[in-house]
Design a binder for this molecule. Structure first.
Ligand code: UD1
Length: 416
């Protein structure tokens, strides 16, 4: 299926249950490379990126099963040190295998990741971190070759920027190093905390995750573990924005309230009513007054997430007045703007700023999803547009939204 057709405008009704987090599940699945024994990971969303990760694990010699949102991984006694080109370049998070392979085998050969549509996404911070542990690094024929010169010992390292991926890679690597590692200026995202919880459940000794300093006391091995992945805060934000643009009243459940504070704060500022049902569910309702434009900038967590930028932009497209969105994390994350404008939005891009002038209506047309979150933004806009919107390249949203078509249909959307 390469396209979907959405009939708008629609009013959503009912309840949507949020799936497990893709961005938490990917590093955790890759972290199973560190485990000697069986890993059982539950609440794993059924997505193409997850299937790619399972193929990656199998290519390294592990056994893996995926059924009913549970991944079982075992047989990690003989890890291959080479990660296949087609799997790494397909999905950037795959570079996270470098740390676990290196920790287990002392040697890793991983394709140098290329750029991707939202930006160049280099891995220099990952590599500087490995160097701080005394790892020898060469780039040859497009592969990064990492070699531990001697038994890996803990170290102190401060990241130039709190990169999510670099924090995860180094945290996994340090789990099996001898002695203590202190990582400073690390990312604080909930997905980092979830990875630390997984590692600790497997016998690691990681503390401080969620703050900007993580301390890891290395252990000789990680053992059989069972872990449940946190709910997907970005999927929750998607449904909040979908309810916002369509003036709908819906319940969003299976969430972790503390993880969605940034988006809740912003949509309340715009004027949506949010009722906190409990720590795992909210009700999103239309506001009583006219919605107000907002200015926001993306920042590392706990700042406003770059992954939610395109989503909130779609909502702001129909909020009267001028909103300014500044993208500080990725250099090329406004690719949905051109397509939103083709639907009748009025957005100007000036460098890393998008200036959104609210319009009263959107009209249906044919659009192309540019990437995962940009694709979700177009889907949100299609819910409010008058007529049938055809959205192409839906493989992008299949990477990050479990059963998106079925979930939208259950909320009353005519989607084919
Ligand atoms: C992760 C998320 C992604 C999210 C991003 C930022 C996953 C699978 N993906 O991506 O959805 O948008 O965090 O919250 O969890 N950078 C460097 N050098 C490096 C590493 C990163 O310059 O070595 C730059 C990147 O180019 C980017 C910024 O740092 O501009 C943030 O990247 P990073 O936090 O590493 O994002 P990812 O882990 O790739």
């Amino acid at each position: 299926m390469s396209k979907i057709i959405v009939k708008g405008p629609v009013k959503l009704k009912g309840e949507v249950q949020i799936s497990g987090s893709k961005n938490a599940a990917l590093p955790i699945l890759i972290g199973t490379v560190l485990v000697e024994g069986e890993s059982i990971i539950t609440n794993v969303p059924n997505l193409t990126d997850i299937v790619t990760t399972i193929r990656l694990l199998r290519s390294l010699g592990l056994k893996a099963d995926f059924a009913n949102n549970t991944v079982k991984v075992w047989g990690s006694n003989d890890i291959r040190h080479v990660a296949p080109y087609e799997l790494i370049t397909n999905m950037r998070a795959s570079f996270l295998v470098a740390g676990p392979i290196l920790a287990r085998v002392g040697f890793a050969k991983v394709p140098y990741p290329g750029g991707c549509s939202i930006g160049s996404r280099p891995v220099d911070i990952h590599l500087k971190g490995f160097e701080a542990f005394g790892v020898d690094i060469r780039v040859e024929h497009g592969f990064v070759i990492l070699k531990a010169k001697h038994k890996i010992k803990g170290t102190k390292f401060a990241l130039d920027f709190p990169s999510v991926g670099a924090t995860e890679n180094l945290m996994m690597f340090a789990s099996l190093a001898e002695g203590t590692t202190v990582l400073k200026n690390v990312a604080r995202e909930p997905e980092i905390v979830d990875l630390a919880d997984f590692l600790n459940a497997a016998g690691a000794d990681v503390s401080g995750a969620g703050s900007d300093v993580i301390t890891i006391h290395g252990v000789p091995k990680l053992q059989t573990v069972k872990h449940s992945v946190i709910p997907d805060r970005i999927e929750a934000a998607t449904f909040i924005c979908a309810a916002g643009i369509t003036n709908s009243d819906i319940i969003i459940s299976h969430i972790k309230l503390e993880h969605i504070q940034d988006i809740v704060k912003i949509v309340k500022k715009i004027g949506l009513n949010i009722e906190i049902i409990d720590k795992t569910a909210i009700r999103v309702m239309p506001g009583d007054k006219e919605y107000k434009p907002v200015n926001l900038k993306t920042e590392p967590y706990p700042g406003f997430s770059t992954d939610m930028q395109a989503l909130i932009m779609s909502f702001l497209v129909m909020v009267n007045g001028k909103s300014i969105i500044t993208e500080n994390i990725f250099e090329n994350r406004f690719m949905h703007v051109m397509e939103l404008n083709r639907m009748g939005a009025n957005i100007e891009v000036d460098g890393n700023k998008a200036i959104v002038h609210g319009v009263n209506k959107l009209s249906s047309t044919t659009v192309k999803m540019p990437d995962l979150r940009g694709g979700a933004a177009l889907l949100i806009a299609a819910l409010a547009a008058e007529g049938e919107t055809t959205l192409y390249n839906i493989h992008h949203i299949m990477r990050g939204y479990e059963s998106i078509k079925e979930k939208m249909q259950a909320l009353g959307v005519e989607i084919a």
